[in-house]
Design a protein around this ligand. Structure first.
Ligand SMILES: Nc1ncnc2c1ncn2[C@@H]1O[C@H](COP(=O)(O)OP(=O)(O)OP(=O)(O)O)[C@@H](O)[C@H]1O
Length: 202
């Protein structure tokens, strides 16, 4: 279980307190007005945001003393998710830990087909549209081995059809791998398609 307890985040004069819990293998969507502190919470869980007070615990252990690279977290940011000097295929392989090269290749191939990005694997990131880049980054974030997945508006650049297939793929893949997912979205349809629980930040 992921427990956010009496957590306080502060940026200049802005401050917010958080208390929430996500069961292991559950998908929680987070909604709320712009500036409410949704991205700040994800950044704090991943270790990019300083914590003013309170705790973030995973399976009973505090994450606060762990450096970013040791946290059990895979995060998709709103932007800057791909390495520009690497091909799409090379980007996709970063950080994956499959039992063998063959199982990794199969998993990547199946995911690329489901997200309809197979045709872009040999390209460089700058040759892709915003929505294509977003799906590449989403695929890598979800196939990484870490148990907690943080998605900050992962479908923002997708059209209605692609948004639906991406949401279905995220739910099916996260559930099959027992991932705990926190997903920030402004769209109610994402909540309906994905969420076990929804929280709204006022
Ligand atoms: N560099 C900064 N210095 C001070 N305050 C900041 C800074 N960057 C952001 N903030 C404040 O942090 C607060 C939380 O921002 P955050 O990005 O977490 O909101 P959000 O809910 O994710 O918004 P959105 O839906 O627009 O992405 C905002 O109210 C913003 O004013």
């Amino acid at each position: 279980m992921l427990v956010i307890q009496n957590l306080v985040l502060r940026r200049g004069s802005w401050q917010r307190r958080y208390d929430l819990q996500a069961e292991s293998a559950a998908i929680m969507t987070i909604q709320g007005r712009s500036g409410a502190g949704k991205s700040a919470l994800l950044a704090a869980i991943a270790g990019f945001e300083p914590v003013a007070a309170g705790d973030i615990q995973w399976q009973g252990q505090s994450l606060l003393s762990l450096p970013i690279e040791q946290r059990p977290v895979s995060m998709l940011f709103q932007e800057h998710n791909l390495f520009e000097h690497l091909s799409v295929a090379q980007n996709l392989k970063l950080g994956l830990k499959f039992a063998s090269e063959a199982t990794q290749q199969t998993a990547l191939q199946q995911a690329a087909e489901a997200l309809e990005i197979t045709a872009y694997l040999r390209k460089m990131p700058q040759e892709l549209s915003g929505g294509q880049r977003q799906r590449v980054a989403l695929l890598r974030t979800i196939l990484r081995p870490e148990p907690i997945i943080l998605l900050d508006e992962p479908f923002a650049e997708l059209d209605a059809y692609t948004r639906e297939i991406a949401a279905q793929w995220v739910r099916a893949t996260a559930k099959a791998a027992h991932k705990t997912v926190l997903l920030v979205t402004h769209q109610n349809e994402d909540v309906e398609r994905l969420a076990d629980h929804n929280v709204i930040f006022e």
